[in-house]
Design a protein around this ligand. Structure first.
Ligand SMILES: *Cc1c(COP(=O)(O)O)cnc(C)c1O
Length: 317
């Protein structure tokens, strides 16, 4: 690695903001734009790139050559980390929840092709991944490595996601377009939501930030936002917890049907785990008249499309 690589980091930034037309939107008087972070890079999925970027720059600046992180067997984060490590020349180790047979799935096949080393751990061990003694022992096993939490969620991740808000505001200003009233994201660990809240604080304090939780009983994630963003109460943000469709990775029939219709109508690819749930939630809210007529909503397309191959291989979608 050397600093000329910083140009490469800059290359993967500023995704398009695309206005969507749909009869429901015109009926309810809503303008909807989609921040196409799925187009940032074909292999380094949208928000996972945002969360990794400043972590990788940190590693580069500190001459760290090896990155370790955690994820499930179909993890978008593991996939993105493997691709980014290949692209930016880091050694990468993925600590994977589950059995070694998962190594053959599409996500982990890609990761290995990009040179990531995989270590499979049982669910019980995996649950320790945030505990100090586990992390200390992992660090002593790999003294020169940089350990990034599951999903890439740390303070450097927040900084990368803030740039999404900055880009949205800049684009709308340059186009003299209507300012954004609401920004939406799908929410898993809430690192992205925290970054957007923090970005709003800096660049557009009158915008409301919304997260659509893709897992059940997600109320506790509000604490994650407060932990990551000390002044979170200075902007308006909301975590919607009623749109999980049964829980993480659960694809209800109505959600499945919605996703297929959405793709057909808009020509924008989505998947049912994250972005599909967000758009399905957004559609329900718009139908209910949740937003004032004339509102401008920006939905962040966080990527995740690599997950489709795994869903198809498991015949879940
Ligand atoms: C990981 C992921 C999310 C959730 O991001 P968090 O920061 O964990 O809340 C949303 N969308 C996609 C496509 C993802 O891969």
């Amino acid at each position: 690695m050397n600093f000329s690589n910083s140009d490469l980091y800059r290359e993967i930034t500023d995704s398009p903001l695309q206005v969507i037309t749909h009869p429901l939107l015109s009926k309810q008087g809503i303008t909807l734009s989609i921040k196409r972070d799925d187009l940032l890079n074909p292999n380094i999925s949208g928000n996972k790139w945002r969360k990794l970027k400043h972590n990788l720059l940190y590693a580069e600046a500190n001459n760290i050559k090896h990155i370790i992180s955690f994820g499930g067997a179909f993890s978008n984060h593991i996939h993105a980390l493997a691709a980014a490590s290949h692209y930016f020349d880091f050694k990468a180790t993925g600590i994977i929840r589950g059995e070694p047979q998962y190594a053959l799935n599409p996500t982990l096949s890609d990761a290995q092709r990009w040179g990531m080393q995989l270590e499979f751990v049982d669910r019980k061990t995996y649950r320790n991944k945030e505990q100090d003694d586990y992390l200390i022992s992992l660090q002593s096993q790999y003294p020169n490595a940089y350990i990034i939490p599951e999903g890439g969620c740390n303070h450097l991740a927040t900084r990368g996601v803030e740039e999404v808000v900055k880009e949205i505001v800049n684009t709308l200003t340059i186009q003299s377009a209507q300012p954004v009233d609401h920004i939406f994201t799908a929410t898993g660990s809430a690192g992205t939501l925290a970054g957007l809240v923090s970005g709003a604080l800096q660049y557009t304090p009158h915008t409301t930030i919304h997260g659509v939780a893709v897992l059940k009983d997600a109320q506790y994630l509000e604490n994650t936002i407060k932990a990551f963003v000390s002044e979170a109460d200075k902007v308006s943000w909301y975590l919607h917890t009623q749109f999980h469709e049964g829980g993480y990775g659960k694809i209800s029939r109505p959600l499945n049907i919605f996703c297929r219709k959405f793709i057909k109508y808009t020509d924008i690819p989505i998947e049912p785990i994250y972005t599909g749930k967000m758009f399905y939630a957004l559609w329900q809210l718009i139908k209910q008249g949740y937003f004032v007529k004339g509102s401008h909503i920006v939905a962040v397309h966080t990527g995740g499309l690599q997950g489709l191959a795994g869903l198809k291989a498991q015949q879940k979608y």
